[in-house]
Ligand binder design. Sequence first.
Ligand code: 5GP
Ligand code: MG
Ligand code: MG
Length: 180
Amino acid sequence: MGRDLASVLIPEEDLQAKVKELAGQIDVDYAGHELLIVGVLKGAVMVMADLARALHIPVQMDWMAVSSYGAGTKSSGVVRVLKDLDTDIEGRHVLVVEDIIDSGLTLSWLLNNLRSRNPASVEICTLLRKPDALKVPMDVRYVGFDIPNEFVIGFGLDYAERYRNLPFIGTLAPHVYGGE
Ligand code: 5GP
Ligand code: MG
Ligand code: MG
């Protein structure tokens, strides 16, 4: 494991502090409302679990699983719902929780899909965002960290389904994904 990692981009303490900070903002913004937080599987599992425990307002939790069709590793924006919400979101305040916004194509599709169900509101909270990779304009209310356009792993994010359990965000050594 150790030699697969190129560097630690965001240490565990920084992640934990940032999630608490985001939770503090969400507590203030949604005071007096009941919030439905929606995690996008599987990457958002860690941030959902930590965010939910740091919130003081009443929340319900639900999950969606989506897959982006597309050649290779690039997102195409053509999305298939693998697991839909269990909750009827009509009239509800919804906060979509994401691990990372890269091109934004998947999330853009998801937002249109959720908005068509007539919720009271839909906002986004993402732990990470790659501003240089964004292909569609997107209004993101809560952003943990803006990061460089590099492939990252850990804290829910995988490479070939591995490394999701790392408690920090790291970058992979080139030999792991076929370089050198
Ligand atoms: P988008 O549609 O925004 O391009 O795709 C977002 C999804 O691609 C994320 O939810 C995540 O699953 C995956 N992704 C994008 N960038 C990275 C990255 O740097 N590392 C990992 N592990 N997954 C990423
Ligand atoms: Mg995601
Ligand atoms: Mg993945």
